[in-house]
Design a protein around this ligand. Structure first.
Ligand code: PMV
Length: 333
């Protein structure tokens, strides 16, 4: 076993994973499509402990730059995941895990996807297993954060949902340079969300509109994929915004309801519609949080970013773009 640090990007879902067909095996109720990000990343170091008979240790690098014991829920998820990988590789010996994100955690910017993506890549390598992308994706999914299945791949990624496929691995369907889209994340509130995505997946079927969502999704998924492959921003924007609103409609109409939006969220949605009316290629999508991902073509990014800074409720803007997928780093935590 050796010390490894992996870096994985968050991803923004264009078609959202919302609801599971099998909670234990983290199998999604519907296929999803995402774009992996370049700058919003998680770093994760996995190393063998000096005393292999000691307990595994999970640390978190906080904003002040100090390592501290990870919060219990996160720690338990990490421990279960490294144990799963240790069993699979028939390896033994205690591990030390240290991890951090360079962007707000638990605020709907996919920190669990990048976190568990980086953890999966680092742990497999530390255990001496050169897993292929499908294997990495399958194990990342089992971490509990299903969308981590997409963060172990770069570019534009599809995670299918086929009840006959127990492997359920995501795959890249277009490389990062296919369409160099920018993602300007309008941060409305960087705080940890009150209701987890896991709870959202559980409650999704209680919405009276959930069955209808599953009926319309195959067509919408095809529209997003086709528009993306054809660089057709107009149709891309239509389908992506439709999907973002649909996810939150399901969340708000679940029993009990979940409200992720804040006034600033609605203000950004409005501003983006105005920018589009003015001829800019920009559209918005929102994961499970109040923060809005504004997707735009690179040529319009400067103007869009400037306009977003003036929207009431926007605290900061994180400028990101399509990423290449996970990599290893020499600097360890
Ligand atoms: O992967 P989870 O369990 O954190 O769920 C992700 C849920 C959304 O971000 C709202 C949608 C998605 O596909 O990423």
């Amino acid at each position: 076993m050796k010390k490894i640090t992996a870096v994985a990007g968050a991803n923004i879902a264009l078609i959202k994973y919302w609801g599971m067909q099998n909670a234990e095996r983290v199998l999604p109720a519907n296929p999803s499509i995402s774009m992996t990000l370049r700058h919003c990343v998680s770093h994760c170091t996995v190393a063998p402990q000096d005393d292999p008979t000691s307990d595994d240790q999970v640390e978190w690098l906080n904003d002040a730059g100090d390592l501290e014991p990870a919060a219990p829920m996160f720690r338990d998820g990490v421990l279960r995941h490294i144990e799963r990988l240790r069993r699979h590789t028939h390896k033994s010996g205690a591990l030390r895990v240290a991890t951090t994100n360079n962007f707000p955690t638990g605020a709907g910017i996919a920190s669990s996807a990048s976190g568990f993506g980086a953890l999966t890549v680092a742990t497999c390598a530390a255990l001496g297993w050169s897993a292929n992308p499908a294997e990495l994706s399958r194990f990342a999914r089992l971490s509990g954060s299903g969308s981590a299945a997409r963060s172990v791949l770069g570019g534009f990624v599809e995670w299918p949902s086929d009840p006959r496929d127990p492997e359920s691995a995501a795959r890249q369907f277009a490389p990062p340079d296919h369409w160099p889209l920018c993602d300007l994340v309008a941060v409305i509130d960087p705080a940890h969300k009150a209701v987890s995505s896991l709870e959202g997946h559980r409650r999704a079927p209680s919405s009276p509109y959930y069955t209808r969502r599953l009926e319309v999704l195959p067509d919408r998924t095809r529209r997003v994929r086709d528009a993306l492959l054809a660089h057709d921003f107009t149709h891309f924007a239509q389908a992506v915004e439709e999907e973002a609103i649909d996810l939150h409609l399901i969340a708000m109409s679940a029993r009990p309801p979940m409200f992720y939006w804040q006034p600033g969220t609605v203000a950004v949605l409005d501003a983006v519609r105005c920018l589009r009316a003015d001829g800019l290629n920009a559209c918005a999508t929102i994961d499970a949080g109040p923060n809005v991902h504004v997707l735009c073509i690179a040529a319009h990014a400067g103007q869009v970013q400037q306009a977003l800074t003036e929207v009431p409720g926007v605290r900061t803007i994180i400028a990101d773009k399509v990423g290449d997928g996970p990599r290893f780093a020499d600097k360890h935590l």
